[in-house]
Each structure stands twice: as structure tokens, then as C-alpha cells.
Ligand binder design. Structure first.
Ligand SMILES: N[C@@H]1[C@@H](O)[C@H](O)[C@@H](COP(=O)(O)O)O[C@@H]1O
Length: 367
């Protein structure tokens, strides 16, 4: 939580963080590449990599583990590389996986002060794993006991984390490319990424138009698959933190298996649907939602018009490799979240602590 004077109007701290992402991503790529190459050298000798975090950092872990898995990897053959798994840091502490000295544990924690995340690091060290912390430039002391620290950005001033998420994902992409030996490959997509994120930010007016039309919906549902499913969870977390609106994120297929029954014309459905194998389910979802009268906003870079033909309003995603796509695809969702908070009259930076009841509830739990 920020100790700075809260802002009382737009631009809030969250907005500044969203806007700073192109430069921050560029900076992480240039300043952390060498360290990531060294860490990747060690990781590539390991049997398994556990990527661990809580909250937004758990979502980064989900995306990171996905992109490190062979099936998600455009960066090169990974058959002989380490397997990657995402773990919620609380679960990692209470029920540790069978980690050994043959394994690596990457703990993602922006502030480095969340109990379950630094405890997970202690558990991993006790089990003999090689430990890596992906954290801010000025983290809490307990996260600094990792064998290696990789630093992203200064501490977020808003409680709704944005820039720390995309820069942590950038580090995970660097590690991924390092394991595949492609960090210096000019075709790895890294050079284009900051400008691609800037181009998305330039389309802010389009996102505001979507928000203006749907700000009063009863419920906001999001769905994605593969590495991008993490962003379906992430936008739902962010909307709750900033607007307290009713929202939920799902894996694309999972949404059809029951949760879809709760959709109606007062819901808005957001599909994170970049090009890739989704077995046609994003288009199925758009058609099914149209039947119910639920508006659909689809983030996509597909060459075909399947989603638009199914009635979705589309937002263009860049043509970046799958291992960078979660960094790009979350940015329109951040803009949506921010402008939804403005439109609904809630404060995006304060974790709802300006609400006396939420503040009273907060006295009953530590983070
Ligand atoms: N509300 C915050 C989340 O937004 C944050 O993602 C999480 C992890 O924080 P950190 O990455 O600093 O460990 O902590 C809290 O739960």
C-alpha cells in the first residue's frame, strides 16, 4: 500500500504506471538481459522449474510457466529442457511439491513483503532448490535471500499492480529465451515489443468507447486459454481491486462448462483470443453470447473475421510470438480496468481502503 498522498482525480498513479510500460519493458530488456542469460544457464540444467507467486504475481507465474512449457514455445526445441509448473505461494508453503536440488524455484513478488511468497522462498531453500526472485528495485529484505534477484521496476505507487506485472512477464520471457539459447536472436520479437505496447496505449480512446458503452453492466466475464488465461484472471482481480464490480475470469473452455449458464444480456464478455489453437472455442463463445444478448469484446490478431462475424467488437493485438503475447494482451485490459473505475466513480489506487467497511475488514488480515 502506498504511503504517498493519494491522488484525488485522473491521472491516478495506476494510469501513470500503465503509461510507463513501454519504457520500463525496454529498460528491463536492456538491463536484465545479461543476468537472465546467466540464470537461464543454470535453469536449463534443472529438471523442473516452479514459478511461484500470489495475487497478480500468481498470474505472472501462471503465464510464465505456460510460456516455459514446450507446447507454448515458439523460441526453439525444448524437449530436453526443464518442465515448468506454476504454484500459488500459499499452497507452495502449506503443501510443498517434491522439490529437490535438481529443481529451481522462481518466486515472483513485486514488493517482496507478502508473507506467503517470502515463506515459499524459505521452503524452497530448505529443500535445496536453486532460488530466483523476480522483484522490484527496492524490495523487502525477506525476498532478498534468493540465490539470485532479478529487478524489474520501482515499487508501484498504486495498489493495483500493472507495470510490475508486465515487467515480471518480460523477465520470464527473457529467461525462456535464455533457456532456448535465443536471447540474442534478432527474430525473437524483443526489439519490437516496447513499441507494440506503446501502439496499444495509443488506442486508449477505443478502449474508453467500450467502457462508456458497458460501464453499468451487472457483471464482467473474461476468458482466455494457454498463457493468456492468466490475463483473464488478472483483469478480474484488477476490476475487483479498482471498481468492486462483479467480475470473474475463466479459462476459455472452462467457461463453457457451467459458468456460461450465468451469462445474460446484462453481462459483458471479454475474450483474450490471439491467433493460435483454441479449437474454435472463442468463436463458439462469441456466437453463444450473441444468442443471450451479451456483448463481446475480443482482443485478437487473427487473420480471419470469425470473431467479428460472430458479433464481437474486436481490439487488435500485435503479431508478437506466443511467449510475449501475455505482455501485450494485458495492456488493453489494464486500460479497460482503469477507465471502468473512473466511469463507476471508484478510486483505482487504494485497494478500496477509502471505503470504511473495507478498511475495517482489512484489520482482520495480513498480506
Ligand atoms: N492486492 C495485492 C495484489 O495485487 C498483489 O498482486 C499481491 C502480491 O504482491 P507481491 O507481488 O508484492 O508479492 O499482493 C496483494 O494481494
Amino acid at each position: 500500500m502506498t504511503t504517498l498522498a493519494p491522488r484525488t482525480q485522473h491521472p491516478y498513479y495506476m494510469y501513470e504506471a500503465i503509461a510507463a510500460q513501454p519504457d520500463a519493458i525496454r529498460s528491463v530488456i536492456s538491463t536484465q538481459k545479461e543476468r537472465c542469460a546467466e540464470v537461464a544457464e543454470v535453469l536449463s540444467q534443472k529438471r523442473r522449474i516452479y514459478v511461484v507467486g500470489i495475487g497478480t504475481s500468481w498470474h505472472a507465474a501462471l503465464a510464465g510457466a505456460s510460456i516455459m512449457e514446450a507446447g507454448q514455445m515458439e523460441a526453439g526445441p525444448m524437449d530436453a529442457g526443464p518442465e515448468a509448473f506454476a504454484c500459488n505461494s500459499f499452497e507452495f508453503c502449506v503443501s510443498p511439491p517434491r522439490v529437490t536440488a535438481d529443481d529451481a524455484v522462481i518466486v515472483i513478488s513485486h514488493r517482496g513483503t507478502k508473507r506467503s511468497s517470502y515463506d515459499a522462498l524459505d521452503v524452497a531453500k530448505d529443500l535445496g532448490a536453486y532460488t530466483v526472485a523476480i522483484t522490484s528495485t527496492d524490495p523487502g529484505p525477506r525476498i532478498q535471500v534468493a540465490d539470485v534477484g532479478i529487478r524489474t521496476v520501482d515499487q508501484e505507487k498504486s495498489a493495483a499492480f500493472t507495470i510490475s506485472y508486465t515487467t515480471a512477464l518480460t523477465v520470464l520471457a527473457l529467461l525462456n529465451l535464455g533457456i532456448a539459447g535465443r536471447l540474442d536472436d534478432p527474430t525473437n520479437g524483443l526489439d519490437a515489443l516496447p513499441q507494440q505496447v506503446a501502439d496499444i496505449l495509443d488506442a486508449e480512446a477505443d478502449v474508453r468507447t467500450v467502457v462508456a458503452e458497458h460501464r453499468l453492466r451487472r457483471r464482467f466475464i473474461s476468458a482466455g486459454w494457454g498463457a493468456n488465461r492468466a490475463n483473464a484472471y488478472e483483469v478480474a482481480l484488477k476490476i475487483k481491486e479498482t471498481s468492486r464490480a462483479d467480475c470473474e475470469g475463466f479459462q476459455t473452455e472452462q467457461l463453457l462448462h457451467g459458468p456460461f449458464c450465468s451469462l445474460d444480456s446484462d453481462c459483458m464478455l471479454t475474450l483474450i483470443a490471439p491467433a493460435g489453437e483454441d479449437r474454435g472455442r472463442s468463436v463458439d463463445l462469441a456466437k453463444a453470447a450473441r444468442e443471450l444478448g451479451s456483448p463481446v469484446w475480443a482482443l485478437t490478431n487473427r487473420g480471419d473475421a470469425g470473431l467479428a462475424d460472430a458479433g464481437a467488437v474486436t481490439f487488435p493485438l500485435p503479431d508478437c510470438p506466443a511467449y510475449l503475447m501475455p505482455i501485450a494482451s494485458v495492456v488493453p485490459l489494464q486500460l479497460f480496468t482503469y477507465h471502468l473505475a473512473l466511469a463507476r466513480g471508484t478510486h483505482p489506487d487504494l485497494f478500496q481502503q477509502d471505503d470504511p467497511l473495507q478498511a475495517a475488514a482489512r484489520t482482520h488480515y495480513d498480506l
